[in-house]
Design a protein around this ligand. Structure first.
Ligand code: SF4
Ligand code: MG
Length: 336
């Protein structure tokens, strides 16, 4: 069966005063109906930009090139604006980091949710209102019938996040892209939202979760791709990557997130900062921060390659990382 979403050889270039930068380079992944994929990386890794390209939401200065960018068999590259709008209205949905940007401050929350049902489903007032109440209850908004009459500013940050999730799920989209979906929510509500998303997945929803935190991803996605400086550096099943990462950057992210490893213990952030994408280091872009970097890493850019069944890594020494020992030594040395 053909995947629901195919991203192949995706490149994003942005013209700026200082020349062209490439925040996304040669990114490829697929997603089947009902499946879930996490895109993980630090801020500036290109993860949000990749999802905006898939949704046709990049600004005009950005040029998107891809060998294939396909949703449900239809090519997305070069799609006209009205077609994008229809696709985004009904089949593709997104949850942004900033709920206020997705809500109209001048309209009540109830009106905004009900309006989706009236416009896209042609439902009458009371049926749309009833559906809005049910949705708000599903995302854990107390006393939803009363809160329908409130405006976005009358909701707390966490409540606004829930309203946005309700709106994203309202029309039963086939693909949902969630950018840091639960960061503003407390743990109980996070669990509730993740349960709701899993339930929708059983009904066929495909889910892309974008996060800097592997801990968030562990409970919400089956597969993971890790991005660094605009490229994929690792991909595989969450259940296989977490216990045995095949790239030192992934190993570093895991060490920085005790939640991801399911253990308490100290958080050990990765040394250094992600590179400026307009001035990438030669060779492996991660080499200035890599605890096991060698001579070869400073001159030869590693390609993403299959390193085990279902596993890809863009590290010259992925096999060593995968088996563990040299990495642990290296990481230990780098952190004293
Ligand atoms: Fe580290 Fe070299 Fe692998 Fe890059 S290629 S991640 S610098 S070991
Ligand atoms: Mg972002």
């Amino acid at each position: 069966e053909a995947p629901l979403l195919t991203v192949s050889g995706l490149n994003v270039a942005i013209e700026g005063a200082a020349g062209t930068v490439q925040p996304v380079r040669d990114v490829s992944f697929t997603l089947a109906q009902g499946d879930s994929l996490a895109i993980v990386g630090e801020s500036g890794s290109g993860k949000s930009m990749t999802s905006l390209a898939v949704l046709g939401l990049l600004p005009e200065q950005a040029t998107v090139r891809a060998e294939d960018l396909r949703f449900d068999g239809a090519e997305l590259t070069g799609l006209a604006d009205p077609d994008w709008q229809q696709l985004r209205g009904e089949q593709l949905a997104m949850i942004f980091q900033d709920p206020l940007s997705a809500l109209n401050p001048a309209l009540t929350v109830g009106y905004q949710i009900a309006e989706m049902f009236r416009r896209h489903r042609g439902w009458g007032r009371s049926r749309a209102r009833q559906a809005a109440v049910e949705l708000m209850a599903q995302v854990g908004i107390p006393d939803p019938a009363a809160r329908l009459r409130d405006y976005p500013h009358q909701f707390s940050g966490g409540m606004r996040q829930r309203v946005m999730i309700a709106m994203a799920l309202a029309l039963e989209p086939r693909l949902l892209i969630a950018d840091e979906p639960t960061t503003a929510l407390d743990v109980t509500v996070q669990a509730q939202i993740l349960r709701l998303l899993r339930q929708r997945q059983r009904d066929g929803l495909a889910l892309v979760v974008i996060s800097h935190d592997l801990g968030v991803v562990a409970r919400s996605a089956r597969r993971v791709v890790v991005m660094y400086a605009g490229t994929l550096v690792e991909s595989g099943l969450v259940a296989e990557v977490y216990p045995a990462p095949a790239h030192p950057y992934t190993a570093g992210l895991l060490a920085a997130s005790p939640r991801a490893r399911g253990t308490a213990g100290s958080v050990r952030p990765i040394d250094g900062q992600p590179p400026d994408i307009s001035a990438l280091p030669a060779g492996c872009a991660f080499h200035p921060r890599c605890p096991i970097a060698r001579e070869r890493c400073t001159v030869e850019r590693p390609k993403l390659r299959v390193v085990a069944p279902g596993r890809e890594s863009a590290c010259h020494f992925a096999e060593e990382v995968l088996t563990g020992e040299p990495t642990k030594r290296g990481t230990g040395a780098a952190h004293g």
